[in-house]
Design a binder for this molecule. Sequence first.
Ligand code: FWO
Ligand code: ZN
Length: 388
Amino acid sequence: MITIIRNAKVYQPEYAGAKDVMLIGSQIGVLGENLKADLGGAVPVKEIDGTGLILIPGLIDGHEHIMGGGGEGGFHTRTPEAGLTDLTMNGVTTVVGCIGTDGVARNMEALLAKAHALEEEGVTTYVYTGSYQVPVHTVTGDVMRDIMLLDKVIGVGEIAISDHRSSQPTFEEFVRIASDIRVGGMLSGKAGIVNVHMGDGSRMMDFIWRAVRETEIPFSQFLPTHIGRNAALFESALEFAKAGGTIDFTGSLDDDDAVPVHRGIPRLLDAGVSDDHFTISSDGQGSLPIFNDKGEFQGLGVGNASCLLKELRELVNRAGLPMELALKPLTANPARILKLNRKGRILPGYDGDLCLLCENDLSLHTVIAKGQLMVSEGRPVVKGTFDL
Ligand code: FWO
Ligand code: ZN
């Protein structure tokens, strides 16, 4: 199958101007002007008119509870899993699944099965092995074996620290996990990222700072998430990013003490943080529980992948960032940090993961995943097995 998207304004994320983009099978073939594919009718050629639309790389959601999560209020508060269109209708073509608070009823076998299900339905999936808990709940019994032997495992997480729901790990336990996943990742050509769940606790990123100061493990091994959840944590994360670390915002975190993405990212840039050292993930299907200051459960919401495009619009419309910069934390940056080859950019040889947005309001128009049309003119053309 050949698909030609004609005359859209192309952001690779770098702006390439109005171009034709030709997909050959599941990959991006070529960018150019007035492209033609004449194979004598042997292969179907689909044309999509991109006039008045902008073409961006498919979004990469680096932290999503794809099989559901939650449970902090008891069994009836376990959150629902993601259906295929919860991803594609929000522009997500690559997702990294994780387990959170409940590392018992949510286990790695089920997370991997869910990741394979979404891959069969058309998007690209990876997982972090583990959950909040330390010792890490793995498949093979060992973090290094999990990342070396299971293709979809690209790191460990979300390991909780500075949170009343964490295992209260010792520093030695924390740094052993980081060293094991680093070497396992090295031996299998993967990022070996420690996706660190940052809670609201006052110890904040102390373990991560100690790890990079007291051991040989580099900054790039850690990706702390939820870093905008309160102002003090954000300041520490800003210092970490200034020192060379990478940090992950959770989209639509906007309760009163939070630092929202559209304020946080300009702060990072003003502080001289390189624009490829931060990402935005959705925490989709994860619970957003509320506890009072005695640690008593008060209620919970559920994360949603829709926050990613919302944050893109906020960065462009409220923070005034150019599109090519606003796109980076949702596309090229997670691809680089998580070492997802051939992802996150519109370049020949990269996977055919693309979104067309309407130029005026950045609403979602079309989504293509691995060369397959998934959403057309705002409507799903491929649905998950049980999507309504
Ligand atoms: C955050 C995932 C939290 C689950 O602190 O970590 O709970 O297991 O599904 N969510 N616990 C949400 C804040 C960033 C608002 C998770 C959740
Ligand atoms: Zn979390």
